[in-house]
Design a protein around this ligand. Structure first.
Ligand code: SF4
Length: 699
């Protein structure tokens, strides 16, 4: 009976960066079902995860009491049964667990110095929790070794946007596509990964908008709606995009007035781009020169164009260069700052935008204010009551794990992240975790990372929290607590505050609202956005020009937050992937998400409907590749790279290129990151998840 509920609470979906608003129907302190409501990003729509993915919060594996590693526990490893962890862990009171957790971190600080501690926060947390977490590390240990999963997601996009546009966020909401004539979607598969955004993209195509899909992996979803489908060779993004811009430059299709008024570096860029004619680049990227010309002409001549991209662009050693090309393309055509134009990296997790804004990044304080800037450090010294901020940028996720492996970092506090699944070359990450002398994990399940912990603190799922999150559209949204935390589990913000007090910090927050108020003291992006306004309106877009004025969906119409208000052209060169196929590893491995599962699977594989729809680890190969291997669809294959090997069920998928294999990363029994390459983009420090040389055999 859908009318039989005690309470309905409006909140936000906990999964992807679209940030759909939901009404949670509660019966007997349990989520009974969820409906989409009229949020600005979703207009009532939800995908299968939003509709059927909430029962993970009531799963029997939820952590309900603090756990401490037993003194006689076996060696640290993935050998813990989540249903029977008692040979490894014992239950503890909150007092004891917090004392042990804090004392371990404080002792390392005293003996070896603050820099031997690092923190991984999470984009699953609220803005307030992300803010508190980075403050905990920066204030408590006097350095900036704090990061989160944006490093594995859009760090290279943010690096390019900060460099060339002056802001790391999108310049226009995805809903602006309704005002566009043409839209490029590159390195993204929105029907699987941003499904509600994809519904707006399909409507755009239905109205006659020209959708250009550029995707080496190949996709069924939006391809059917596309005007052009460019399945270019993996890793050749710069070749393809430079060729498109070569046509625009050589045929003088660029927007001269816009370039003169709003940009810098055009003449050097123009000279650079002449070295990339479509005929030469076609040999590299595998797209015919005439197709490249047709797309270039249409994009340049269109009244309004948008560019969307995903991790197919960002997760390369040349991810920053890929994004630089997309920014230059938009600038060349004047497709920024007007309705129906814009640059939009589609954000992955539901609060990866907000956690980044809140300063959960090693190089910058909240609102991307560099730690290297003495005025920024002065500002935070004032707000944080005399705290000296370290002027040296901190280490990123993969760098931290390397230092752990080398014994230079001895203690970690991990909140809602799962590096034992999410790091590239995950066997290396797991060996590193096993070496830590003190690991505190705060999570809702006994994740693969928690199996290595010394103390596990049972935390809260999003429907159990109060706070704010920020979606891919820059919409700050109110999260309302719908159900209580199970057992003795606590809200994350409260746990961070309790630990902070125990390591000697003078924190006196009583409610997330107080944290939000402090954030506003240093974050200009939150100007005119107050807690009470969010309680009233549920969602406010930043930037916002007045307390009663809606925020701006499209920004930078009158200049950019850079020197003289000008965006910058940065030339990019073609760089090969870090590891190319050879005789021993002749195919290309790429990894990603599936519609039903979320990141490392800790939540969605415990959601009964989602697990029933997609219960088994799988990979996708072209039918002709399967035939060559002598494997039937549904049979098993062995994937081997220089880092490891795993067996997995193979599916036939005509969309996947014959020399590629696509492997989702949500399955612990076939953890994709056993195989992936940890080589990093030099600017964004993001690993090359999207390209590894692999051998595929019948298992
Ligand atoms: Fe949730 Fe994203 Fe699906 Fe919306 S599109 S319901 S935010 S997973």
């Amino acid at each position: 009976d859908r009318e039989d509920f005690d309470e309905e609470v409006d909140s936000v979906c906990p999964f992807c960066g679209v940030g759909c608003q939901v009404s949670i129907k509660v019966k007997d302190d349990k989520v009974k079902y969820v409906q989409g409501i009229n949020g600005p990003a979703n207009e009532g729509r939800l995908c299968v995860k939003g509709r059927f993915g909430f029962d993970y919060i009531h799963h029997g594996h939820r952590l309900t009491k603090p756990l401490i590693r037993r003194e006689d526990a076996p060696d640290k490893g993935l050998n813990v049964d989540p249903e029977n962890p008692w040979t490894h862990f014992r239950e503890a009171t909150w007092e004891e667990a917090l004392d042990v957790a804090a004392r371990g971190l404080a002792d390392l600080r005293s003996y070896y110095g603050g820099k031997t501690i690092a923190g991984f926060g999470s984009a699953k947390c609220t803005n307030e929790e992300a803010y508190l977490f980075q403050k905990f590390i920066r204030q408590g240990f006097k350095h900036n070794n704090v990061d989160h999963c944006t490093r594995l997601c859009h760090a290279s996009s943010v690096a390019a946007l900060m460099e060339n546009v002056g802001s790391g966020a999108v310049t226009a909401s995805f809903n602006e596509i309704e005002n566009a004539d043409i839209a490029i979607i590159i390195g993204a598969n929105p029907t699987e990964n941003h499904p509600v955004a994809a519904t707006f993209f399909k409507q755009f195509a239905k109205r006659g908008g020209k959708l250009v899909i550029m995707d080496p992996r190949g996709q069924g979803g939006l391809k059917r709606h596309a005007w052009q489908n460019l399945q270019f060779r993996p890793g050749t993004d710069v070749a393809l995009l430079n060729a498109i811009m070569n046509v625009i430059v050589e045929e003088k299709l660029y927007d001269r007035q816009y370039i003169e008024g709003f940009t810098e570096g055009f003449f050097e860029f123009r000279d650079h781009i002449r070295a990339f004619p479509p005929e030469r680049m076609a040999e590299l990227c595998g797209i015919e020169a005439e197709t490249i010309r047709e797309v270039a002409r249409e994009f340049a001549r269109s009244r309004a164009g948008m560019i969307f991209w995903g991790m197919g662009v960002s997760q390369h050693i040349h991810g920053t260069d890929n994004s630089r090309c997309l920014i230059s393309l938009a600038l060349l055509c004047g497709h920024v700052g007007r309705p129906g134009t814009g640059l939009h990296p589609l954000r992955g997790q539901n609060n990866v935008q907000g956690a980044s804004d809140a300063g959960l990044i090693p190089q910058v304080m909240p609102d991307y204010q560099p730690v290297t800037d003495s005025e920024v450090r002065d500002l935070f010294r004032h707000i944080w009551r005399g705290t000296e901020i370290d002027a040296e940028p901190g280490l990123t996720v993969v760098e931290i794990m390397d230092r752990v492996y080398r014994g230079e970092i001895r203690g970690m506090y991990v909140l809602g992240e799962n590096p034992a699944m999410s790091d590239p070359d995950v066997e290396h990450a797991r060996r590193a975790l096993a070496k830590l002398s003190h690991l505190v994990v705060q999570d809702i399940f006994l994740t693969e990372t928690a199996m290595y912990a010394d103390v596990i603190l049972p935390a809260s799922a999003l429907p159990e929290k109060t706070g704010t999150v920020t979606n891919t559209n820059r919409q700050v949204q109110m999260v309302r607590r719908a159900v209580p935390t199970p057992g003795e589990a606590r809200e994350d913000w409260r746990i961070i505050v309790d630990l902070a007090r125990r390591i000697g910090l003078d924190w006196d927050y009583d409610h997330p609202r107080h944290v939000f108020d402090e954030m506003k003291m240093s974050m200009f992006s939150l100007h005119h956005i107050t807690w009470s306004r969010l309680e009233r309106e549920s969602s406010v877009t930043y930037p916002c020009k007045g307390p009663d004025i809606p925020g701006e969906d499209v920004v930078f119409g009158d200049g950019f937050p850079r020197r003289a208000g000008r965006a910058k052209f940065t030339p990019a060169r073609v760089t090969p992937p870090a590891e190319v196929p050879d005789e021993a590893y002749p195919m290309i491995l790429t990894t990603g998400r599936q519609l039903e599962h979320w990141h490392t699977g800790s939540m969605t594989r415990r959601a009964s409907v989602l697990d029933a729809v997609e219960p088994e680890a799988n990979c996708s190969l072209h039918p002709s590749t399967l035939r060559k291997l002598g494997v039937d669809a549904g049979g098993r294959v062995r994937l081997t790279t220089r880092r490891g090997s795993l067996d997995v069920m193979a599916r036939a998928d005509r969309n996947v290129a014959p020399d590629m294999v696509f492997l989702p990363f949500a399955y612990v029994e076939a953890a994709a990151n056993i195989l992936t390459n940890p080589a990093l983009d030099p600017f964004g420090k993001i690993p090359e998840f999207k390209y590894s040389a692999v051998r595929v055999e019948a298992a």
